[in-house]
Structure formats: structure tokens, C-alpha cells
Design a protein around this ligand. Structure first.
Ligand code: URA
Length: 205
């Protein structure tokens, strides 16, 4: 069956959620993926950081943001004096979506039905960790957390209200910075991203 899991919230602890997620079949993405990549970080984190979905490295290692985007994030976060290890880091979608091209697996954006199926997990992670602030990196996370996935570059840097009333700071995804071909634009956008992370740090101070 597509939805073998109960709709009611399971016992509110991350270990249980993580364990249940290993068998998730709420959307078809579990098929081709190697494994579920659940969020990680302290259960009492004051900050939850949400990306799009695991990439190739994350799918293999089973941990979020360990590949190129994660390494860039770690570097810029360190410059912003934001300590990633104090945050709970997760993704809007927990399985890698890709198309195979020869030996390479090319990332594909999750669609709205995959994102909404996986909100079941994201909602429970956020409710369980109960942070003071959530950060949405990129349009997919922004859409999952606010219900509206358009207008990222106009909304970035702003703090909005999530459907549950919690504050969510909108910013771009680090992969966006990696994809910018023009070095000057990349540098400018990287500075803006760093500014957003500084805002995150001061919000929590
Ligand atoms: N990109 C994401 O959105 N999440 C990851 O975990 C890795 C890359």
C-alpha cells in the first residue's frame, strides 16, 4: 500500500520517527533511492534548518548536507559564526530523486505531491524539536514550510510565519550558489547568504 503508516502522530521522539521513516512508502521516491536520509542534530535545538532533499552523497552516506552543498553551507555558516552542530538539519523530502545518465545520477526537483507526502515527517520533526526559528533554504523548503513556493528571491532574508505560527527565515539554497556561473554574481549572492545566516544567529541571541 502507498500509505501504510498511521496518520496520527507517533510518540513524539526523534529516534522513533527516524526508525519509522526507514520504511516510508508515502511517495514513490523510496524505490530508486538507497536509503532514507532523516534529519539530524540535537533534539532540543533552538534552530531547525531545512533543505530540499538529499543529493547523491547524502543518499549514499545516509546523512543530510554532507556533499558539496553541505560543505559550502558549513563554510559560510562558520563565517557567519553559526555553529551547525547546534542546529537540527533536515530536508523537505527525505529520499534522493534522480535520473540515471550513464554512471551519473542527476538530481531532479521533487514535485508538489512528493513534498506534501513528506510534510508528514517534516511537521513531526519541527513539532518534536520545537525550535525558536526555522530556516528554509530554497524554494522547495520555503513551499513546504509556508505553503507558497514562489517568489524566493523577493522573500529571501525575510522572517515569515509558518502555518503553525512559528517564525521561518527564508534564504536561498547553497546549491544555487554553486550553480551561478558568473563569479561576481556568485560572490554577491554568497555575501547575501552569509548575511541571512548572521540574521539567524542574531535572532537566536
Ligand atoms: N541538498 C539538500 O537540499 N539537502 C541535502 O541534504 C544535500 C543537498
Amino acid at each position: 500500500p502507498e500509505h501504510p503508516l498511521p496518520d496520527a502522530a507517533p510518540p513524539g521522539d526523534l529516534a522513533t520517527l527516524r526508525h519509522l521513516a526507514t520504511d516510508c512508502t508515502r511517495c514513490p521516491l523510496y524505490g530508486p533511492a538507497t536509503q532514507v536520509v532523516f534529519g539530524e542534530g540535537p533534539a532540543d535545538a533552538r534552530l531547525v534548518i531545512v533543505g530540499e532533499q538529499p543529493g547523491d552523497r547524502e543518499d549514499i552516506e545516509g546523512r543530510p548536507f554532507v556533499g558539496p552543498a553541505g560543505q559550502l553551507f558549513d563554510r559560510i555558516a562558520a563565517e557567519a559564526r553559526l555553529d551547525r552542530s547546534t542546529a537540527y538539519v533536515t530536508n523537505a523530502v527525505k529520499h534522493f530523486k534522480f535520473v540515471q545518465r550513464g554512471k551519473r545520477r542527476i538530481h531532479q526537483r521533487p514535485n508538489t505531491s512528493e513534498v506534501s507526502a513528506c510534510r508528514w515527517w517534516l511537521d513531526r520533526e519541527v513539532t518534536t524539536v520545537d525550535p525558536d526559528l526555522v530556516v528554509a533554504m530554497g524554494a522547495t523548503a520555503m513551499g513546504a514550510l509556508t505553503g507558497k513556493a514562489t517568489g524566493l528571491l523577493k522573500r529571501r532574508g525575510g522572517i515569515e510565519t509558518m502555518t503553525d505560527g512559528r517564525p521561518v527565515l527564508i534564504t536561498v539554497h547553497p546549491s544555487y550558489l554553486l550553480r551561478l556561473p558568473d563569479p561576481q554574481l556568485r560572490e554577491r549572492e554568497t555575501e547575501l547568504f552569509r548575511d541571512d545566516l548572521v540574521r539567524v544567529r542574531s535572532f537566536l541571541e
